[in-house]
Ligand binder design. Structure first.
Ligand code: CTP
Length: 393
């Protein structure tokens, strides 16, 4: 889905990374316009940002270049979303009191849509009580804030204040929700394909990338939920998502069972292996010879069915990835596993697994199937989570 994104660059060293962010947003199909302060020009050039955004950059110098149109108001009308990245302590302070003394603050004051703040600065400036109060004030006013990460700062030491990695900022922008529709909800999500060990260097796996489950976790967090993601994947997540890394079905089951009692919604998006090798060798297995090798496999417990059988207040959501007879197979799973909702999708060449988009059908007991047409997994995730809210109601 094409978004009109305004990127507002202010004068911090992290500005040198913004061209790569702009390029990634354009590559993802968005239209981007950049606005920068004079202070930002010390760290990144206007020509670079104009080239990667494929549009002129708005600055204090050229704001009135076309007297027939008011540039900052026109841009505010054009934008769907505004992102201040990096946001300095100075610009944050100005925004908190509603100042409009340059093209960045003026345009943002004229914009009433979703506004995202990505602060990056020295640790002491970030921890300063006045900066914290300014950020809290902006949050109350509806700004969404991606807090700085802890890591190596330009000053040469490790501390809080670092701009989060670009994939995390891209995730923040892609998952933003207009309404915090899951505030107060605790959500558990599993994601990725499990790896069942044969020996220290080999495993039985599957094609699940974890993108759908990770999108569900990030969107739920962006919608205000408290989220635990139990995953075999290492995809970017929002800082407020608690990530529990696991490898095989047994570890996933242990982590799910520890988390399940305290959640309101459990979504099993992981592709859990149905079987594991009976024996896991502690050394690399040697070639067996021309007769071939037979691996003995034992069945894994069905985590989703266990949740369905033991749920008390939780809404339990399963997935069904099928290559054929989608609705019949998925409906049978819904009943057998006692799920409250089943997300059915086709998998196969170019479909479902390891793709940026998905098309799914939602099945709930005694309800007509709801088909969600092909869309980015983040969009599908938001639709699934809103549907879960309806199932709860
Ligand atoms: N699932 C699970 N534990 C397992 C197997 C599957 O929790 N051991 C969950 C998956 O996370 C998913 C749902 O069950 O939410 C359906 O997974 P799928 O592999 O499609 O179903 P299976 O029951 O394994 O059926 P089959 O492989 O025979 O199609």
């Amino acid at each position: 889905m094409t978004q009109h994104i305004g990127i507002f660059v202010t004068g911090g060293i992290a500005a040198y990374k913004v061209p790569l962010l702009v390029r990634a947003l354009v590559r993802a199909g968005n239209e981007v316009r950049v606005v920068m302060t004079d202070a930002a020009k010390a760290f990144v050039t206007e020509a670079t940002l104009a080239t990667v955004s494929k549009a002129a950059v708005l600055t204090d110098r050229n704001e009135f270049a076309q007297p027939e149109h008011v540039a900052h108001v026109a841009l505010a009308h054009w934008m769907d979303l505004a992102v201040v990245v990096p946001a300095t302590a100075n610009t944050i302070a100005k925004l908190a009191v509603g100042m409009a003394d340059n093209v960045v603050t003026t345009t943002l004051l004229a914009f009433s849509g979703p506004k995202l703040l990505v602060p990056a600065m020295n640790d002491q400036m970030w921890l300063n009580a006045q900066t914290q109060a300014n950020v809290a004030h902006l949050q109350q006013a509806g700004w969404q804030v991606l807090p700085p990460a802890t890591g190596f700062l330009a000053e040469g030491y490790a501390a809080v204040g670092r701009m989060p990695d670009l994939p995390v900022i891209e995730t923040f922008i892609a998952t933003v929700q207009p309404v915090a529709f899951l505030t107060g909800q605790r959500v558990l999500v599993t994601a990725g394909g499990t790896r069942e060990r044969i020996d220290p260097v080999r495993y039985i796996g599957n094609d699940s990338s974890g993108q759908m489950g990770t999108a569900l976790a990030n969107v739920a967090a962006a919608a205000g939920a408290e989220v635990t993601l139990i995953t075999t994947a290492t995809l970017p997540t929002l800082p407020q998502v608690t990530v529990v890394p696991v490898a095989d079905a047994a570890a996933m089951r242990t982590a799910v069972q520890a988390t399940f009692p305290a959640v309101d919604i459990a979504i099993m998006a992981a592709a859990v292996a149905d079987y594991r090798p009976v024996e896991q060798a502690d050394h690399k297995l040697k070639k067996h010879g021309a007769d071939g090798l037979t691996l003995a496999l034992a069945q894994n417990p069905d985590i989703l069915a266990e949740l369905g059988a033991t749920k008390t207040h939780q809404v339990v959501v399963g997935f069904a990835a099928e290559t054929n007879d989608l609705l019949a197979n998925a409906t049978a799973k819904l009943t057998k596993k006692r799920a409250d909702l089943l997300v059915a999708n086709r998998v196969g060449a170019g479909l479902g697994f390891n793709q940026p988009t998905n098309a799914v059908t939602l099945l709930a007991p005694d309800q007509a199937p709801v088909a969600l047409p092909e869309a980015p997994k983040v969009t599908i995730a938001a639709q699934i989570l809103r549907h879960i809210q309806q199932v709860r109601a």
